[in-house]
Design a protein around this ligand. Structure first.
Ligand SMILES: Nc1ncnc2c1ncn2[C@@H]1O[C@H](COP(=O)(O)OP(=O)(O)OP(=O)(O)O)[C@@H](O)[C@H]1O
Ligand SMILES: [Mg+2]
Length: 143
């Protein structure tokens, strides 16, 4: 069912495209500001969206991020083209990272992205396996 007043924006995220790093997250932040959403929610969405976007750029073959806003919540879904995550429990641990030394030189790879996303969101789901792509869904309550 398509609800009246629902905003949906789609962002294409390319693999290794550091020139656009954070572009989707900053557009999401700008969109929420225009709608007059509270700064507490905007801060949390901005951090989670940025970490999600960077993970798709760095760790995946590219993907799509969706922003959905309705009266009750802000939802962000990221779906990528693989290679997937072998051990989700491990990936969720603070400090766990498979980032290469090259990526670490760019300032990424502390292994804090996924735990941060989980902490920021009111609801967080991750689905992934090596046969499938990674799908991350998070929502932020507005009420
Ligand atoms: N979209 C993804 N596709 C494949 N693997 C992923 C994806 N997102 C995360 N991972 C795996 O989970 C690990 C942990 O992710 P997390 O975001 O917590 O840390 P990081 O990206 O390595 O470092 P940081 O986010 O602190 O820069 C990654 O190192 C990677 O192995
Ligand atoms: Mg990360």
């Amino acid at each position: 069912m398509k609800r009246v007043g629902t905003i949906q924006i789609k962002y294409m995220i390319a693999k290794n495209d550091f020139s656009k790093a954070g572009a989707a997250a900053s557009n999401i932040k700008k969109t929420l500001r225009k709608l007059g959403i509270s700064t507490d929610v905007i801060k949390r969405v901005a951090v989670a969206a940025y970490e999600t976007e960077m993970n798709v750029i760095i760790h995946s073959h590219g993907g799509i991020m969706y922003l959905n806003i309705d009266v009750e919540k802000v939802t962000i879904i990221a779906e990528d083209k693989g290679p997937g995550i072998e051990d989700i429990e491990m990936a969720m641990k603070e400090g766990y990272s498979t980032a290469t030394s090259q990526i670490r030189e760019l300032g990424f790879g502390a292994g804090m992205g996924l735990p941060n996303i989980k902490r920021c969101a009111d609801n967080f789901e991750i689905k992934s396996s090596l046969e499938n792509s990674t799908i991350i869904k998070m929502s932020f309550n507005l009420k």
